[in-house]
Design a protein around this ligand. Structure first.
Ligand code: CDP
Ligand code: MG
Length: 737
């Protein structure tokens, strides 16, 4: 029975004029409404039983497969991997026939650009080919960078498995705060950020015989900076081989940057993918995802489903909704395995997404855009793409950096669709209109270097002795204002002197794989006699928000448990309290469970803390603790985060101290109902508005103490620092969680 109006029938303000929309579609091909399995009566019955509403799609275009495979289009999907041996599976990858040519090309050229469709075997196979060809002899390492932590771990695990070695021995990985390598390691996967930092200790990368900058098309900040650094190195390390590997059509651009290095193209092997759009925009794309998954599951032939969501929160929500719907349907459906994948997911759970689907069942993978190009999951035939991704954006005018959900680019949308056509002809369901694709999506994603805060990158480059950043060899230079702002910020933090040179403090800050603000906070804690406490806070902040567990069916209990941890002064102190209580429980799992705390995140915080303490000892910081006043802790935090300060203004709103931008305390904050006059925040998250996450009450006069270069007394007038009366009955605004 179809109850309420389907969400796609609601009229939207931004809905394009009907005529334009249909014109575009008819330009492409005759549009056909896609009704799942209408031909199949049995399926249709199941389908009617299960849906209260449905998502209606319109077919608009078909992404072509490569010519070679056209005739195979209607052949049954190839056997799943479980039926093949590892050797067979390796030989079946598109890169395999080019193995010898590739090795020869690498021998012939110092720098080589490699381009090939995602899933062709670049990341997992090339390091193995090099290893077999002797590139790891004389104790040299074959390095391979990845933009993402999860990919580094997953790929290393996969390659260790293929080579039948223990992960961490011949094949290992290194990511921030975690080094899973040993002296035996010959193939090393690492994040691009980790390699960037390795330059500090080994500026000529002497341990490596080959460096592969992989997933170059992702154009993360660190990858972009690595381009400049490795290009420089190849000039004096003529024995170092450099491979730039990319999925998309940027190869020519990379080639030009690397002095016209040759391009090695691995021909793609892709089946055609039919693309479907919704007839109208979706009001609630998570709900639309759930409905579409069930529609596919009930009516479509076998093949797994991949869904692109923006983050852990959305994935968990979607997973819960889906589980609930599946439960209600009981035995009417075939088995549906629901598997999430996102950065903070523990690695044993991550491994599950690669396990072959049991016969008769169907797998649905709920992924962040990590699955767009970094990770290839076999047997995906259906892709659901709501069209969004989470992105860090920096406004160089206001100096504000904020995490927000933004529409993806056309290039991303096409990458996502392509994931459906690896093993058989596939289908991609876009939860947006064809008009929106055509008119609202940018062609390409803007490289990170042009849209995020460069503080960290500039500090590392300065520490590498690169002083003239304006003339650094960037593939695409960052905006001038952003660079200037980063320099100003580092100056205000005391990391640079007025000539732009690294200070002693700056050198110590660069030792930490942290944002400069956080590094400064840590270093300042010594003078405020609270370095143990601040190390804990830094570790807890690095775990990034996933400390408190908030299951949908126990929200009240969870929120009460959270409130019990609140400490006057704010969220940083609350995080410290959680950690200290956990430590008192002897790091107990049960304690976490009882208090709605994520045990995994706590374990990670503990690991991170250990590493931070190690680094603090390395820069010869004194480890002190035990002050009874929280003021010192809050002053140390302010010494790092004085950029992130806001003051209360009329109507319970906050304005940032320097630029008068309106910001609000996140409803999850312990200060949500307190409204102190002056606060600092750890980060901004944009959902319905700019929310400050992790907030602490401060006194304005501290700002003059910790940042005399940055704040003038006049700006901080009105420093009475009294609390405003509480506003009665403030509740969570909608859409903030
Ligand atoms: O790097 P590229 O996108 O060209 O391909 P790849 O990541 O090397 O993937 C090659 C094959 O390895 C695919 O069939 C993947 O499904 C498989 N793979 C896997 O089974 N488990 C992983 N952790 C990574 C890759
Ligand atoms: Mg790859």
């Amino acid at each position: 029975e179809k109850g309420k109006l389907a969400p796609e029938l609601e009229v939207h303000d931004n809905e394009p004029p009907q005529s334009e929309q249909s014109k575009w579609e008819s330009d492409q091909m005759s549009s056909a409404v896609f009704r799942f399995g209408a031909k199949d009566r049995k399926a249709q019955q199941d389908y009617d039983l299960l849906l209260e509403d449905e998502v209606e799609f319109v077919q608009a275009l078909r992404m072509p497969g490569s010519e070679k495979n056209k005739k195979r289009e209607d052949s049954p999907p190839p056997q799943v991997k479980a039926l093949q041996t590892i050797q067979e599976m390796k030989k079946s990858l598109p890169i395999y026939p080019f193995r010898n040519d590739l090795i020869q090309a690498i021998k012939d050229h110092q720098v080589l650009i490699i381009e090939g469709e995602t899933g062709s075997g670049k990341t997992t196979q090339i390091p193995q080919y090099l290893y077999e060809a002797g590139f790891a002899e004389n104790n040299k390492i074959i390095g391979c960078t990845q933009p993402r932590r999860v990919a580094s771990m997953a790929v290393a695990a996969r390659v260790a498995h293929e080579m039948a070695v223990k992960l961490g021995n011949e094949v290992g990985y290194a990511i921030r705060f975690e080094d899973c390598t040993s002296h035996r390691t010959r193939i090393k996967y690492m994040t691009d950020g980790t390699l960037h930092r390795e330059f500090l200790s080994e500026p000529d990368l002497a341990s490596y015989s080959v460096m592969i900058i992989d997933e170059a098309h992702e154009r993360t900040l660190h990858t972009d900076i690595l381009f400049g650094l490795v290009k420089d190195i190849t000039r004096f390390r003529t024995d170092l081989k450099l491979l730039i590997s990319s999925a998309t059509l940027d190869a020519t651009k990379f080639s030009e940057f690397f002095d016209d290095a040759p391009i090695f193209r691995i021909p793609g092997r892709r089946f055609p993918v039919d693309i479907y759009y919704t007839k109208a925009p979706e009001a609630d794309y998570i709900d639309a995802c759930v409905v579409s998954i069930l529609q596919i599951h009930a009516t479509q032939p076998s093949g797994d489903i991949l869904v692109f969501l923006t983050g852990q929160d959305e994935i968990e929500t979607c997973q819960e909704m889906l589980q609930e719907r599946v439960r209600r349907l009981g035995s009417k459906l075939r088995e549906l395995l629901i598997l999430p994948i996102y950065a903070n997911l523990p690695s044993d759970m991550q491994a599950k997404i690669f396990q072959p689907t049991p016969p008769g069942a169907r797998k649905v993978v709920l992924a962040t855009n990590i699955a767009e190009t970094s990770l290839t999951i076999d047997n995906i035939v259906y892709v659901i793409d709501p069209g969004f991704a989470k992105q860090n954006n920096f406004n160089s005018r206001t100096g504000m950096e904020s995490l927000m959900v933004v529409p993806i680019s056309k290039a991303s949308a096409n990458q996502r669709a392509g994931r459906a056509g690896r093993v058989a002809p596939g289908k991609c369901f876009r939860l947006y209109t064809a008009w929106a694709y055509q008119h609202e999506l940018e062609d390409n994603t803007v490289p990170e270097i042009q849209r995020i805060n460069l503080g960290n990158a500039v500090l590392t480059l300065k520490a590498l002795g690169i002083n003239d950043l304006v003339h650094f060899d960037f593939l695409d230079p960052p905006p001038h204002e952003t660079l200037v702002l980063a320099l100003e910020q580092l100056y205000a933090l005391g990391a640079l002197n007025h000539r732009g040179e690294l200070t002693k403090l700056g050198r110590r800050m660069a030792e930490f794989p942290l944002d400069p603000m956080m590094a400064k906070m840590l270093l300042a804690s010594e003078q405020y006699r609270c370095s143990e406490e601040v190390a804990t806070i830094a570790a807890m902040l690095s775990v990034n928000g996933a400390i408190f567990y908030r299951p949908k069916d126990k929200i009240i209990h969870a929120d009460t448990a959270r409130k019990n941890f609140h400490i006057p002064g704010g969220d940083h102190l609350t995080l410290l309290n959680v950690y200290n209580q956990w430590r008192q429980s002897d790091f107990s799992t049960h304690w976490c469970y009882e208090n709605f705390i994520q045990h995994r995140s706590m374990k990670r915080a503990r690991d991170v803390r250990e590493q931070l303490v190690g680094l603090m000892q390395r820069v010869e910081m004194e480890l002190v603790s035990g002050i009874t006043e929280t003021m010192n802790i809050r002053k140390a935090i302010t010494a790092g985060y004085f950029y992130h300060v806001a003051r209360l203004s009329k109507g319970g709103h906050y304005k940032t101290a320097k630029h008068n931008q309106t910001v609000s305390i996140h409803p999850n904050s312990s200060l949500f109902q307190e409204l102190p006059r002056w606060i600092l925040y750890h980060e901004l998250v944009f959902t319905t508005k700019e929310f400050m996450r992790q907030v602490t009450e401060i006194e304005s006069k501290w700002l003059l103490e910790v940042a005399p270069h940055y704040y003038k007394p006049k700006e901080l007038e009105d420093s009475t620092n009294k609390k405003m009366p509480k506003v009665a009955g403030r509740s969570r605004p909608d859409g903030t969680n």
